[in-house]
Write a protein that binds this ligand. Structure first.
Ligand code: PHB
Length: 394
């Protein structure tokens, strides 16, 4: 038995991209169904990155997707770049009159899920998409299995793949051609600990022992990362060893230590799908692209994709105007490749590759000095980090 449901837009994936898109479409009177193979609890508790661009915060707040972001997020007006024994502040407020906000992604997801359910949205957890069919027809469909193992077909006027880096929907758009891809010879070891903040702002530190990032979560919980081998077993370190690894990568700052209660290894990839659109199926968020976390661009880029696609879907579904949809890949890719470059640049400037020669190390210090000693260099970093202007927001 296959149950068939109909909607205007079928969205695969209840991450930031899928949920925000459905929220914005509802605001324009366009009905959608969102499915995700994960449970609500898994989505709301998985630890992800925590930096939102100012524009992302403005979108979440002004669309009614999150009120909490205005009260609970911490405004950061700068970051510190640390290398060769010194810290250098990049003053976002002075350089570009903008800021970023520390607000963990799963908190934004909780807000979005609450908002969608409060609005009576058809949001289904535990539903696994098998494939997307009919991209080049007027009736594309998602073929799925629901939480009880029953076959489910969602027929729609448009299908959106917002189903993350292991996207199922991608096959309907890019076919067997996958995407532009780059892997890095290192990963991040991430920890959450119970301790007061070690610094008021984020510290991105380049040291001869490798990179570390000192981030925060609250007055009592901190998030930190250090560069590690991608194959490392997260359980192979004692707490003491973890603190030693972190501390030796941030000379000049004494880290405030405390019990480490969560640890994970994050692999680094840069990826852009060859195609973002085929007929009536589009890809957004991590399904379309992945960035290494150094530039804090992942969720912000997903939000930027959503704004471009939502406008195009409004024109298509309310006015039968296809032009913005046809322009969607080019418009979205413009920002995607800038963010790819920024994420790659921050990554390569701050990490020590295992095969790095003395020349590479010294050249890297020269690059860091070129950035921090020039107002143009600091401004370039500040513009990219706080986020380029967003579609429809100024
Ligand atoms: C985080 O707090 O998890 C975080 C912050 C900045 C990044 C990446 C991750 O660039």
């Amino acid at each position: 038995m296959t149950a068939t449901v109909r909607t205007r837009v079928a969205i695969v994936g209840a991450g930031p991209a899928g949920l925000l898109l459905s929220h914005l479409l509802a605001g324009s009177g366009i009905e959608s169904i969102v499915i995700d193979q994960r449970s609500r609890e898994e989505i709301e508790t998985t630890i992800r990155a925590g930096i939102l661009e100012q524009g992302t915060v403005e979108v979440l707040a002004s669309s009614g997707a999150s009120d909490r972001v205005l009260t609970a997020a911490h405004r950061h007006e700068g970051i510190e770049l640390r290398f060769a024994g010194d810290g250098h502040r990049i003053d976002f407020a002075a350089l570009v009159d903008r800021a970023v906000y520390l607000y963990p992604q799963h908190e934004a997801l909780k807000d979005l899920i609450t908002a969608r359910l409060a609005a009576g949205q058809d949001l289904r957890f535990g539903v696994t998409a098998q494939r997307v069919e009919g991209a080049e027809t007027d009736r594309p469909a998602v073929i799925a299995t629901d939480a009880d193992g029953q076959a489910l077909t969602i027929e729609a006027e448009f299908v959106v793949g917002a189903d993350g880096s292991r996207s199922v929907a991608r096959a309907a758009v890019s076919g067997s051609r996958n995407g532009y891809f780059r892997e890095y010879p290192f990963a991040w070891f991430g920890i959450l600990c119970e301790a007061p903040p070690s610094a008021e702002e984020l510290i991105y530190s380049n040291s001869p022992d490798g990179f570390a990032l000192i981030s925060q979560r609250s007055d009592t919980v901190q998030r930190m990362y250090f560069q590690c081998d991608p194959e490392v077993d997260p359980d192979s370190f004692s707490q003491e060893q973890l603190w030693d690894e972190l501390q030796k990568r941030v000379p000049g700052t004494t880290l405030k230590e405390g019990p480490i209660f969560q640890r994970d290894v994050l692999r680094f990839r840069s990826f852009v799908a060859h195609e973002l659109l085929k007929g009536r199926v589009a890809l957004i968020g991590d399904a379309a692209h992945t960035v290494p976390p150094t530039g804090a661009k992942g969720m912000n880029l997903a939000v930027a994709d959503v704004l471009v696609l939502e406008k195009a879907l409004r024109a298509l579904l309310l006015e039968d105007d296809h032009r913005l949809l046809e322009a969607f890949p080019e418009t979205a890719l413009h920002r995607i490749w800038k963010a790819q470059h920024f994420s790659w640049w921050m990554t390569s400037m701050l990490h020590v590759a295992p095969e790095a020669s003395d020349f590479d190390r010294l050249r890297q210090l020269g690059e860091l000095r070129s950035v921090v000693e020039s107002e143009a260099g600091r401004r370039f970093l500040a513009e990219a980090y706080t986020g380029w202007p967003l579609e429809g927001l100024q």
